[in-house]
Write a protein that binds this ligand. Structure first.
Ligand SMILES: C[S@@+](CC[C@H](N)C(=O)[O-])C[C@H]1O[C@@H](n2cnc3c(N)ncnc32)[C@H](O)[C@@H]1O
Length: 580
């Protein structure tokens, strides 16, 4: 095979070089990164996300594979007999070896690496069947750094000899499978003393959080920081709590940044102020550069600055009016911004020797050396449909685009709805010292009130927070654990309510399950079950509900039915179950 047999490929190689360096070999890495800032973000956040998680991409890959397998089968007769004779073990070993290799991080290094690997693949594929695997590995290495792997696969399919292409496909499938199946081997980190197990309840698969160690009543099982958190809307303006860690602060001791007129924020410390700025605040609510100093941006004109100011003001007004009482839109905005910055920090860490302005952002619970992205964690959480004013998404994309044109690709209609649903479904209410009792009353219908998991009831929370590990905790009216916020911040401590053995499922109360003074067993049971049905769309099957049902003389079949009449409204939901 000669280089001229790669016409399309070469075209793409060219587009890769323009993507990374605009052909300016003399410019510094820093300038290259600046020119390509948007593309880098797109590469990191979008394409990489797609490659690892996107169902359509995996479907396409499968389709491509079928097509390729078919054409390979039909041309097999003309192939030398042992041309693709690579055992599964050899393939696995080779993949492990490639995965252990460090992938270059800077755009220029990526480009050089890509070119070198393609050239090596070309040369090796000329050497005959003995070199099929080394050739495939070279093409596979190139694929790992190419911004649009699907596109490159299609090019490979047309240009790489069939047995070698088949090996590239097999390596890719093996890698995708490893990542999908390997996730729960790496997450949660072993130190948490818990693991995620899949359990069947009827036809539906549920994930359960299970202990891997014995614990005593009152013991802290683990502590966890949130991925994102937000104060309740009315507390933003009150200036009584830190906008980042949700700690209570004396107004005279708080830090009030001058640069955030759009959304009021105060901080309890310089550390919280800079963490919030880095993770999301700069991008969403300030006119400061949205990217770290290492990455130069196009000059910002006064008109562009004005557009950005307006977009932020409109989004902040939306949060304070239409979306009042709903934390999900702000949580989504912060999550998207955090994702952009998180991926950016990974990318620039090896392009610069300077001290970066990006923190390592490891304060949420990540996988144990599993090389999973923030998106990998979030993709696996379940969601529920939420009904919120549509223009929230447009206002958010305007904010993102006014900071960095093109970022709207990260927030499509479908993705925005899913993110909202995940926030609403997985958020915990943050409370300490018994929670607040001064929350303004709302006239919203019970179905429209955003609920968080909090044993005291959502009205007593100061804010909402979403966690990676704790999202997997199921509800029980007789929970084996309880969330506590003893640090006086959004860091959750999960505490055992009784002595527990390894292998037991951990559960928490999503709602207030205590029988209040003057409340009958029947009324307490009905109240809990109604809240669970309206807020979390399930008829509680816990032992307490069952036991009390029996004591109350409800027959076994009727056990899950009562005056809450939740079952009918749940049928539709369960038919469209949002689990991933
Ligand atoms: C945020 S998810 C909790 C994560 C859950 N453990 C899972 O399956 O991944 C909340 C949903 O889990 C389900 N769920 C939680 N506790 C449950 C329980 N005790 N019985 C049945 N479904 C439950 C309900 O559908 C609820 O709406």
């Amino acid at each position: 095979m000669t280089k001229t047999s790669f016409p399309k490929f070469r075209h793409h190689v060219l587009s890769l070089s323009s993507f990374t360096s605009m052909s300016s070999r003399t410019t510094s890495v820093v300038t290259i990164a600046g020119i390509a800032a948007l593309s880098i973000v797109a590469y990191a956040v979008y394409f990489d996300y797609k490659r690892r998680n996107d169902v359509d991409f995996r479907k396409k890959l499968k389709k491509d594979k079928k097509r390729v397998d078919k054409s390979i089968a039909s041309s097999k007769a003309s192939l030398p007999p042992d041309s693709s004779a690579v055992s599964a073990d050899e393939l696995r070993e080779a993949l492990e070896q490639v995965k252990a290799e460090q992938v270059p991080a800077s755009p220029e290094q990526k480009e050089a690496y890509f070119m070198a690997q393609v050239a090596s693949g070309e040369q090796l594929s000329l050497k005959g069947p003995m070199f099929s695997l080394p050739a495939a590995l070279a093409f596979y290495r190139a694929l790992r750094v190419y911004p649009s792997p699907v596109e490159l696969m299609v090019i490979y399919q047309k240009t790489v000899p069939e047995p070698i292409f088949k090996l590239v496909i097999e390596l890719t499938n093996l890698d995708v499978k490893d990542r999908v199946e390997g996730y729960y081997l790496k997450f949660p980190p072993k130190s948490f003393g818990v693991k995620v197990e899949t359990r069947k309840v009827g036809d539906i698969s549920k994930k359960a959080l299970v202990l891997t160690k014995d614990v005593k009543a009152g013991e802290v099982i683990y502590k966890e920081f949130p991925i994102v958190a937000a104060l309740d809307s009315d507390l933003h303006a009150a200036g009584t709590h830190c906008s980042h860690c949700l700690r209570s602060v004396e107004p005279s001791m708080s830090i009030k940044p001058p640069e955030s007129p759009a959304l009021e924020t105060i901080y309890c410390s310089v550390a919280c102020q800079s963490a919030a700025k880095i993770e999301h605040h700069n991008l969403l609510f300030t006119l400061e550069r949205p990217l770290p100093q290492e990455i130069p941006l196009d000059p910002i004109t006064p008109e562009k600055l004005d557009e950005r100011r307006k977009a932020q003001a409109q989004f902040a007004t939306y949060l304070k009016t239409e979306a009042l009482g709903h934390a999900a839109p702000l949580l989504v905005a912060r999550f998207v911004a955090r994702q952009v910055n998180f991926e950016m920090s990974k990318l620039i860490s090896s392009t610069s020797t300077k001290t970066t302005t990006i923190s390592d952002q490891t304060d949420f619970t990540d996988a144990d050396g599993g090389d999973y992205l923030l998106a990998d964690h979030f993709e696996r959480l379940r969601y529920v449909d939420v009904n919120l004013p549509k223009n929230g998404m447009n206002l958010l994309t305007e904010v993102l685009n006014s900071a960095m044109p093109g970022l709207d690709a990260l927030v499509t209609d479908e993705r925005y709805a899913t993110l909202l649903g995940k926030m609403a479904y997985n958020a915990y209410g943050v409370f300490y010292n018994g929670g607040r009792d001064d929350k303004p009353l709302t006239n919203d219908r019970p179905e429209d009130i955003e609920r968080t998991r909090i044993p005291l009831g959502t009205s007593r929370q100061i804010g909402s927070a979403v966690y990676t590990v704790s999202s997997y905790l199921a509800h029980s009216c007789e929970p084996s654990a309880r969330p506590s916020f003893d640090a006086g911040t959004s860091q959750v401590h999960l505490i055992a309510t009784r002595d527990l053995k390894a292998g037991e499922e951990l559960t928490v109360a999503y709602v207030d399950v205590t029988q209040h003074e003057g409340e009958s067993v029947v009324d307490c049971r009905r109240r809990r079950r109604m809240e669970l049905a309206r807020g979390w769309k399930f008829a509680c099957p816990c032992e307490r509900c069952e036991r009390e049902g029996k004591e109350l003389g409800v027959s076994s079949d009727e056990n899950m039915e009562d005056a809450s009449k939740v079952e009918k409204s749940l049928e539709r939901f369960e038919a469209n179950e949002g689990a991933l």
